[in-house]
Design a protein. Structure first.
Length: 376
């Protein structure tokens, strides 16, 4: 009886890796000679490539070494409103908006500008109470009741409900109460949103308009969690805007949000900028550069490191045309290179060109991503 021993060598096409057979020959798709692949090595979590695949894929291996790495981190961000300088103008008393003096977002309001006219039964009754208290002070004398104290209480109610000192003084002078009361802006700023309109009925606390003071703005940028420890929060911060070529703005990091965005494995970094000239507007794209000192580190070209939600990976040489995946921790990125903080040692051979092709070959042969199941 003759036994058939299954070979550990299969044959595939470097141009069409989906072709796989146990005998040499030509590719049925393109006619190229099939190349041998050692299947035993593949099952050990490695990728084995032929010389032809290496050449056609432009795969290049280089040795990782130490180099001076400038502590310079470049982040992409978007200009946003400084929320600490935003004002929500809300109603202090119930009523109906008879007229609005602001019509569109983006308008600039100065402190003291007229905002809206309100018809309020409660406010009108409070006006009458104040006038009645003033009449009693003028016409009646009583040792049992402090009439002036009652008038002051009625006056304070009008002030608490949003009438200005000038309006209350005018009411006391004319002794005539208008049915509609005008209200004025308590702050300056650009209208970022309009919440209430003419004809709306307002409750106490209902927001009418939101104002944004753009004399100071935020740039909200994202930094990979793996790079967070390398971010110098006290470093020099310079911001450039594509819409303002040739201009740069100095700022400082005001906040690094400790909450991680699980989708992109990033943390929000907030940079505070002065905007005295009013040139910066929310929504503008920004490039943030954070710099400090230099340090000697292991570095690789950026193309050598593959990023994903699972972490950062490089392909390390494990012999002639053999490569194994290694998880790494990255740090600074500058001038086309990335710092490797853990996972590699000086002298390791790493795929610097063609890492995506090696990764794709692994996924095709194993049916899963190289990062699946790996741990740092």
């Amino acid at each position: 009886m003759t036994m058939t021993v299954k070979s550990d060598t299969m044959y595939t096409c470097s141009m069409h890796p989906q072709v796989m057979q146990d005998k040499p020959g030509k590719c049925p798709i393109c006619g190229m000679e099939l190349i041998p692949v050692k299947m035993g090595a593949e099952t050990e979590g490695m990728v084995v490539l032929s010389d032809q695949q290496m050449q056609l894929g432009g795969i290049r291996v280089d040795t990782i070494g130490n180099a001076a790495m400038g502590d310079r981190m470049v982040l992409s961000g978007t200009l946003a409103v400084d929320e600490t300088r935003s004002t929500a103008v809300s109603a202090r008393v119930r009523g109906r908006v008879e007229r609005s003096y602001f019509k569109a977002t983006g308008e600039y309001l100065h402190q003291g500008d007229k905002l809206y006219d309100l018809y309020s039964e409660e406010l009108n009754n409070a006006k009458q109470e104040y006038l009645l208290a003033l009449d009693r002070v003028d016409n009646l004398k009583s040792g049992l009741v402090d009439l002036k104290q009652l008038a002051d209480a009625a006056r304070n109610k009008l002030l608490l409900w949003g009438m200005s000192e000038t309006q209350v003084a005018e009411l006391a002078r004319t002794r005539k109460a208008d049915k509609v009361t005008s209200f004025y802006s308590p702050a300056s700023g650009y209208i970022s949103s309009i919440e209430s309109h003419e004809g709306d009925y307002l409750s106490e606390g209902t927001v009418l308009v939101r104002l944004a003071d753009l004399s100071s703005v935020w740039v909200e940028a994202q930094v990979y969690t793996s790079q967070l420890s390398a971010l110098d929060r006290n470093g020099k911060v310079v911001v450039h805007f594509p819409d303002l070529p040739g201009r740069e703005f100095s700022g400082h990091i005001g906040l690094v949000n400790p909450e991680l965005d699980p989708a992109g494995r990033t943390n929000l970094v907030r940079v505070e900028l002065a905007n005295a000239g009013g040139m910066l507007r929310p929504g503008m794209a920004a490039e943030v550069t954070v710099t400090s000192g230099e340090r000697n580190s292991l570095t690789l070209p950026e193309a050598a490191v593959l990023h994903s939600q699972g972490g950062d990976l490089v392909w390390v040489s494990a012999g002639h045309n053999r490569f194994r995946p290694v998880m790494v921790t990255v740090g600074l990125e500058a001038d086309g290179r990335v710092e490797i903080r853990s996972g590699l040692t000086a002298g390791d051979g790493v795929v610097t060109d063609g890492a995506y092709l090696v990764n794709s070959e692994y996924a095709f042969k194993h049916g899963e991503d190289a990062m699946a199941g790996m741990k740092m």
